[in-house]
Design a protein around this ligand. Structure first.
Ligand code: CUO
Length: 676
């Protein structure tokens, strides 16, 4: 992706041959030297055409090259929106590439990476381009820094470019076990988790041209994807004997959690600033802009009041009802807030500014010239425990609205003539038949960091990182269709915790807010008994490992054009290795919940009938250029109150639901797997 030298499909080296006028002042003097150097090294030179008119990039100047770029900061967001607009304008692919090559060295690198990726994601003519893999481009944002020193040393020692070096990334490098929150670092600091979050915000930009921002149910998906992150994090806390997170509902109270990220900012080689425990949030006064905590509180009050009265007021003074269908979508855009907020002047910029207040809390008035902490950046925010407390509070607001909707009624939930008779899980194994017990463990995998290393060691530098993993498993579902005619339905699978961290049973209303979506897929039911076997690997929330960490170029790319497009596009999706919570060594009990809903209420009439690209994490990421593929409220049936007191009572009342007690056993051993 517009690196001066990059790998071709057959592992050769290519270089962009740009017109002389593209060289920035900085490189103009050494132009010939550069051309000669690259001329010798490469197999292919790709000619880049000149631009008829060079763009005026003054709008991007306020974001200087060494500053960190933040999507939560409105001035940066506006600059990004303008750059995206500029990159969408060229009418041919050649002009687009030329423009991108020209812009690349003239703007902040992180800004470029973001705007370029959004443009590639949204232009019609770049469907087989690769969105740059963030962990490869800016590995510093994901990996403990000593890895780079080691890689640098290795780079000097090893001359064979085909050789394969593996450098261990230490686990648990951000705190000792004196810090309770450290028990969750494997979740917060997981490379796939953070890469998913970056990609989600890439697919759903909050600001920019309409074609980029205005997507079907975008506000609702902002709510739902982040809600699922909270559910997963809370359940993960129970597995580690920690209580449910405390939502950050009082921004005047000192923030209990400290966090010291240790990772490097990509652009200025400093480490991200840390935050000591018990830091008080303060008004932010930087760059001539003031953000008061009182502003945030005012916005919260207005949002709460609107939820309670059941309507919001748009910027023209019209009242828009917060109803069952559109209410959550309106609230999502308004709380985030995106360009689609109905009234930014009144409801403000709640979620984004919350990120900012927290991310600058170590230097609110810029007296120490420190940039923002990890909360200021979508590639790193999920590392910090405070992310979950802030989003946890936003989730409280969303749930306040959901609690006001009528309890789901029998017609909302039932499916006459359909009975789920079996809902089990089985470990996929040739030798053992393990039913309703799932297994987790640590795995070591490698990720190639070479593309993001500025000292160019040649070949690959594999960093080995340790992450949670689970044994492969499948769902065994049996459904009886008593209606006498074929029926269609949607199979919805959730994992529900049963107790909190101390073993106290959860009520159904607590359980529903902690239910983890595992999968969702359509089923055709023939009259009589039907057997459905579904592998974990088809989950509608995850993408496979190779998709989270795929390498640029090389011969592992699929040759089928459709598959290639998918492979390149689809970095959005929860990492498959994190599908299940960790469980406990002695086994942690859960309930597996399976429901077949009536397809009549699920079906979406797509206007665009092209094959799905990146459809495999649609629950979290939607479908590219299509409507969200499930008409029900996201999270259904657990997004609203349910007509029962316990999950047992609920599933007994509805034949199209079934729950099964299962266990997740965690085995504290590390398995080393070579991936490439
Ligand atoms: Cu994804 Cu706050 O929205 O980080």
């Amino acid at each position: 992706p517009l690196e001066p030298v990059f790998a071709t499909r057959d592992n050769g080296k290519a270089v962009l041959d740009v017109p002389d006028s593209f060289y920035t002042e900085q490189y103009a003097e050494v132009k010939e030297e550069i051309q000669n150097r690259f001329g010798e090294e490469v197999d292919v030179k790709i000619p880049i055409r000149d631009l008829r008119k060079k763009p005026n990039l003054d709008f991007a100047k306020p974001l200087t090259k060494r500053r960190q770029f933040s999507l939560f900061y409105a001035p940066h967001r506006r600059i990004a929106a303008q750059l995206i607009q500029l990159l969408l304008e060229p009418t041919t692919e050649e002009d687009f590439i030329a423009l991108a090559a020209y812009v690349k060295d003239r703007v902040n690198a992180f800004l470029f990476q973001y705007a370029f990726s959004v443009a590639v994601q949204h232009r019609k003519d770049t469907s087989n381009f690769q969105v740059p893999v963030i962990v490869e481009q800016f590995p510093q944002n994901f990996v403990e820094p000593s890895v780079f020193q080691e890689a640098r040393a290795e780079g000097k020692l090893v001359t064979d470019p085909g050789s394969r070096r593996r450098i261990d990334i230490p686990q648990n490098f951000t705190a000792s076990d004196r810090e309770e929150e450290q028990r969750l670092s494997y979740f917060r600091e997981d490379i796939g988790v953070n890469s998913h979050h970056w990609h989600w915000h890439l697919v759903y930009p909050g600001s920019g041209p309409d074609e980029v921002v205005r997507k079907d149910r975008r506000g609702e998906l902002f709510y739902y994807m982040h809600h699922q992150l909270m559910a997963r994090y809370n359940v993960e806390r129970f597995c580690n004997a920690l209580a449910k997170l405390q939502p950050l509902n009082n921004i005047r109270e000192p923030v209990e959690e400290g966090y010291f990220p240790k990772i490097l900012c990509s652009l200025n080689s400093r480490t991200y600033p840390g935050r000591v425990a018990k830091t008080s949030l303060k008004d932010i006064d930087r760059d001539g802009r003031v953000l008061e905590l009182a502003d945030i509180e005012r916005w919260i009050n207005r949002v709460v009041q609107s939820i309670d009265q059941g309507y919001v007021t748009d910027s023209r003074g019209n009242n828009i009802p917060l109803d069952e269908i559109k209410g959550i979508d309106i609230l999502g855009d308004l709380i985030e807030s995106s360009d689609l907020s109905v009234n930014p002047g009144f409801y403000g910029d709640l979620h984004n500014q919350g990120h900012n207040v927290i991310s600058f809390s170590h230097d609110p008035d810029n007296r120490f010239l420190e940039d923002f902490g990890v909360m200021g950046d979508v590639t790193t925010a999920m590392r910090d425990p405070i992310f979950y407390r802030w989003h946890g509070y936003l989730d409280v607001l969303f749930n306040r609205f959901k609690e006001k909707l009528p309890v789901y009624s029998a017609p909302d939930l039932g499916y006459a003539g359909v009975t789920v008779t079996r809902a089990d899980v089985r470990i996929i194994s040739a030798t053992k038949n393990i039913i309703n017990t799932l297994l987790t463990y640590w795995e070591k995998s490698d990720v190639d960091l070479a593309a993001g290393l500025d000292f160019g060691p040649g070949g690959s530098v594999y960093a080995l990182f340790t992450h949670l993993q689970h044994s492969p498993f499948e769902y065994l579902i049996e459904v009886n269709n008593e209606s006498g005619t074929p029926k269609r339905g949607t199979c919805r699978i959730f994992l529900c915790p049963i107790t909190d961290e101390r073993g106290t049973p959860l009520t159904l209303n607590e359980q529903r807010q902690l239910a983890i979506e595992l999968d969702k897929f359509n089923v055709n039911l023939m009259p009589g008994p039907n057997k459905i076997t579904q592998s974990y690997s088809n989950s509608s929330v995850t993408i496979p490992y190779e998709r989270s960490f795929r390498r640029i170029g090389g011969d592992h790319l699929p040759t089928d054009p459709q598959k290639l497009a998918e492979f390149r596009f689809c970095g959005c999706g929860w990492p498959a290795h994190m599908l299940l919570p960790k469980g406990k060594p002695q086994g942690m009990p859960f309930e597996l919940f399976v429901m077949i809903s009536d397809y009549e209420g699920d079906a979406v009439l797509q206007k665009n009938n092209a094959p799905d690209v990146c459809g495999d994490a649609a629950s979290f990421c939607g479908l590219k250029d299509k409507l969200y593929p499930d008409k029900r409220a996201m999270g259904y049936p657990f997004d609203r109150r349910l007509p029962a007191d316990t999950l047992t009572a609920l599933t007994e009342n509805f034949s199209n639901m079934k729950k099964t007690p299962i266990k997740i056993i965690f085995n504290d051993e590390v398995i080393d797997r070579k991936r490439n």
